[in-house]
Write a protein that binds this ligand. Structure first.
Ligand code: SF4
Length: 343
């Protein structure tokens, strides 16, 4: 399992923008999402397939849906082409997958890199990205991995040049889905010392600064962040509607974070927040298995547009079939809301 560091590759941009995130995020459990779970499965699959391709024992992975398996296969083939183009001798180079580096004595700083290839004085750091937001190879995450890898290399084995690479199938071009840049290793080390090492020093000295911005988007510490909460209080005295609307845009993730936080607490102990409780969300009607065939037989092709219409859409269109539609649906709640208790 991937180790999470207080200062790690995936959070380093946020930490550098707002050191307060290193204080607030550990107070809250991380929330998994369907997109993150899919990304993890695809990472496991490509790692296993890669190890198989270079003649090492394959790691087991969960079977992927056909569409994802195709994406993983295409990505792997582009990665093999990229290694070939960079003259990597797969028999000679040191190749490691899911390689963890830890820097410094505090164990606060480190990261796990998807693929590390060390060939003579050349180091390749490659990260798979299965999300949509385009990531450039010379981003803070990869610069961080490169610097930690260089700084923790055994004496005399530090590379002279480092290639940082991103394999991102959502952004494939003529040359494939791998984008990369090569730089002298001193460039990465210099950046790390000026930015990361200084931020870690400030954190350890208790000199914490907070800053609101786009980096707040994925911050898991919003529910207790003094700036997020302070802004909402200061706004009571604000008259300008455009200032209030700007704030409202940023407030939505904060409100969601506060609700999620409360829901998690109530799940563990339903009496822990006086006056508040978990209530199931309103049940939504959805089709039972096999409903589509029956609907097409009775109603015909009009029961679907590009896909099968929802139960409420069909009832509106064919009120005479309301009874059959009800028989073919089940009602399900998709989770919980936090609500004030009724007296
Ligand atoms: S929400 Fe934004 S300002 Fe608050 S701790 Fe997180 S990153 Fe910092």
């Amino acid at each position: 399992m991937t180790q999470h560091y207080l200062f790690g590759g995936s959070n380093i941009h946020r930490r550098l923008e707002c050191l307060g995130s290193a204080v607030e995020e550990p107070k809250h459990p991380s929330i998994s999402s369907a997109a993150a779970d899919r990304g993890t499965r695809m990472h496991e699959a490509i790692e296993a397939l890669f190890l198989g391709r270079i003649g090492r024992t394959s790691k087991a992975y969960e079977d992927l849906p056909e569409e994802d398996a195709e994406i993983v296969g295409g990505t792997l083939s582009d990665v093999m082409d990229f290694l070939h183009m960079n003259d990597v001798d797969l028999c000679k180079a040191t190749i490691e997958t899911e390689k963890t580096f830890t820097w410094g004595e505090s164990a606060h700083v480190g990261g796990t890199v998807d693929l590390v290839v060390h060939d003579d004085d050349h180091l390749i750091i490659l990260d798979y990205k299965f999300g949509r937001v385009r990531v450039e190879p010379l981003c803070e995450q990869l610069m961080f991995y490169a610097a930690v890898a260089i700084l923790t290399a055994p004496e005399g084995e530090a590379p002279e040049h480092v290639t940082v690479a991103v394999a991102q199938p959502e952004h494939t071009s003529v040359g494939g889905c791998v984008r990369y840049e090569t730089h002298n290793s001193l460039m990465f080390v210099d950046w790390f010392k000026r930015k990361v090492a200084e931020a870690v020093k400030s954190y350890e000295a208790g000199e914490i600064y907070y800053k609101l911005g786009r980096h707040c988007g994925y911050c898991n510490g919003k529910a207790t962040c003094p700036l997020q909460i302070g802004t909402s209080i200061a706004l009571e005295a604000e008259d300008d509607p455009s200032v209030k609307l700007d704030w409202a845009e940023n407030a939505l993730p904060l409100i969601e974070a506060i609700r999620n936080e409360a829901l998690m607490k109530l799940e563990e102990d339903e009496d822990c927040i006086p006056g508040w409780e978990r209530q199931p969300k309103r049940a939504v009607a959805r089709w039972q298995g096999g409903a589509e065939n029956q609907l097409i037989q009775v109603i015909g092709e009009e029961a679907r547009g590009s896909k099968l219409l929802s139960p409420s859409q069909l009832k509106k269109k064919f009120p005479e079939h309301t009874k059959m539609i009800d028989d073919l649906t089940i009602k399900e709640s998709s989770g919980y809301n936090v609500k004030r208790k009724k007296d």
